[in-house]
Design a protein around this ligand. Structure first.
Ligand SMILES: *Cc1c(COP(=O)(O)O)cnc(C)c1O
Length: 403
């Protein structure tokens, strides 16, 4: 009968790009997929489920509390909403109308990216600070912490910080100025796993909230993510995400998760309602998180590197191509295979190779991030054992096409 995609008439692909959303994210370990299927068969109170998730995420991150979102972008939306509304249900009901509220988010200009659309969704204005001369090639500097300090004012709801290995200023420097002004810092660390130590790092460095993707290297469901941080902010996020269609008198959240006594009443469905999560995602994320921590960076690195080496070996000796293993010096285990195409000799460029691989049978999606340099990349993390030879065969077919 084939698999479910065959039964539904949907073509499948080989994913050598990595856990990209457009290519359906991470491959789930059988244990994660089975936990989701098991969860799907039994009803549960979603507030109780998120309350327990909060404890598990708190333990994994060192944060006071946590929450399972439908992705890192949803975490940015919920985290921003929490910083704007606080625990005021009237404000929650009004979002994204932020008139009369502190509704500015300060961000270094070099941290701007299209995922901050999720932040802007809350009706806030991004206040961009500094100039990244180092990226323009005009100088060596980026935004500095004093410039962020200078941009913080009465209307500042939070500072947004996008964590990358090259991010400047440093998070501790940003936290120092924001703390002194009583403004929370939201860290987008969506793709900063591994190393597993990063689960704790940003909280330890003083972030008030941090978001991670569940569907990238963490190996959780594609529509999952983690929001972790201050207990009051997680409460405010939960109140704008949970289904609140219940009488206040009936509503009894676990008090360690949501302190009902601090609220005058329950807000209506909040700004986070369109990014709801199901019990399957919550359970899948929690099981994936435990597995991610239990495996550890060294074993994960061996597993992924072995796959990358197998692909490199399978691609060896092809015409017009120089194939090497490239370690990722910032993320342990995230080595990949780099195919540098001799475009003149091949008679076609790297973009054509990418497109032909994707258009072929089976469709192979490779890493397009360095295509302008004539490089086609192959990431191991979403490849299955049986994919290695197929990828090698398809690449060989394309490279030998004209020779
Ligand atoms: C992937 C990514 C996101 C979005 O993560 P999702 O879990 O897909 O919502 C946000 N920010 C950055 C920097 C990312 O790399």
């Amino acid at each position: 009968m084939g698999d479910v995609f065959e039964r539904l008439g949907i073509p499948t692909i080989i994913n050598a790009k990595g856990a990209a959303t457009r290519l359906s994210g991470a491959l789930l370990a059988p244990e994660v997929a089975e936990a989701m299927a098991e969860a799907s068969r039994t009803p549960v109170d979603m507030t109780a489920l998120q309350a327990r998730a909060s404890e598990i995420i708190a333990e994994a991150t060192g944060a006071e509390a946590g929450y399972v979102t439908s992705g890192a972008a949803a975490g940015l939306l919920l985290g921003t909403a929490a910083c704007v509304s606080g625990l005021d249900p009237a404000r929650m009901n009004r979002l994204p109308d932020t008139r009369g509220m502190a509704n500015q988010i300060v961000v270094a200009r070099s941290h701007r990216n299209f995922y901050d659309h999720a932040v802007r969704t809350c009706g806030v204005k991004l206040v961009e600070v500094g100039l990244a001369d180092r990226f323009a090639g005009a100088g060596v500097r980026d935004t500095e912490a004093w410039e962020i300090d200078a941009a913080i004012g009465e209307r500042t709801a939070a500072v947004l910080y996008v964590a990358q290995s090259h991010s400047q200023p440093s998070l501790p420097d940003v936290v120092a100025v924001a703390r002194a002004r009583g403004v929370p810092v939201i860290v987008d660390a969506a793709a900063q796993l591994p190393p597993a130590a990063n689960l704790r790092r940003f909280i330890a460095e003083g972030a008030d909230l941090v978001v991670f993707s569940g569907g990238k290297a963490l190996g959780g469901p594609q529509a999952s993510g983690i929001l972790a941080g201050r207990r009051d902010l997680i409460q405010a996020a939960a109140l704008q995400h949970l289904d609140t269609d219940i009488h206040f008198a009936q509503w009894n959240p676990p008090p360690t998760f949501i302190d009902k006594s601090r609220l005058p009443g329950l807000p209506q469905h909040g700004i986070g309602r369109p990014c709801k999560v199901g019990r399957e995602e919550v359970v899948g994320l929690l099981v994936a998180l435990r597995r991610f921590i239990a495996e550890g960076d060294a074993a994960r690195e061996r597993r992924w590197t072995a796959r990358a080496e197998a692909l490199r070996d399978a691609l060896a000796g092809l015409p017009h191509a120089e194939v090497t293993l490239v370690p990722d010096s910032y993320r342990p285990g995230m080595a990949g295979v780099r195919l540098r195409l001799d475009e003149a000799a091949a008679g076609f460029d790297a973009m054509a190779l990418l497109n032909r691989l994707a258009a072929g049978e089976p469709s192979v999606h490779a890493d397009n991030s360095q295509v302008r340099d004539g490089i086609v990349g192959f990431a191991p993390i979403c490849l299955r054992d049986e994919d290695i030879d197929i990828v090698a065969r398809r690449v060989a077919q394309e490279l030998r096409r004209n020779s």
